[in-house]
Write a protein that binds this ligand. Sequence first.
Ligand code: MG
Ligand code: ZN
Length: 193
Amino acid sequence: MKKNKAVFLDRDGVVLKEVGYLDDFKKISFYKGNIEAIKLLRKYGFKLIVVSNQSGVARGYFTEDFVKKTHRLIQKKLKKHKTKIDAFYYCPHHIKDVKVKRYYKDCFCRKPKPGMVLKAKKRFNIDLSKSYLIGDKLTDIELGKNTGLKTFLLLTGFGKKEKKLINSRIKPDYISKNLLTAAKIIIGEKNEK
Ligand SMILES: [Mg+2]
Ligand SMILES: [Zn+2]
């Protein structure tokens, strides 16, 4: 069976504007160009998979149900533009400042650990070597390195700050202004090969 290629997307600071802990549906908003970027990547056959740390659940800032509803609202907004995200994965756990005990877990899914990517790989039959990870933090980049993905650090969200922390161990393959720029590079590469 032919394998799929995917672009793994961080949520906050990449797909959605960074607003601290997103705890109100009114705070959901896309960066300019993101819908176009999502459409472009889908057009070129990439699965789009969100991988997001949501420790705000463990910390008691919002519920897991709120996270799920947020993802449904994102899909609803995208549907208006005749596009979508293929799947949302999130890690609700944490081991520090945990207010909701059942989420106290030193889990395998919190980025930069590979759990969410590996789960998606299995579900969508993804060839990770032909896939990408786009994030605004070095923990995203580290996740990409840990799972054999090509990585983009975006300068949206925390990107400008995180860029200063790049080191020889955690170094993105690309640095891009925003998601649309990154999408265009990915598409361009595809044409070259
Ligand atoms: Mg982020
Ligand atoms: Zn987790």
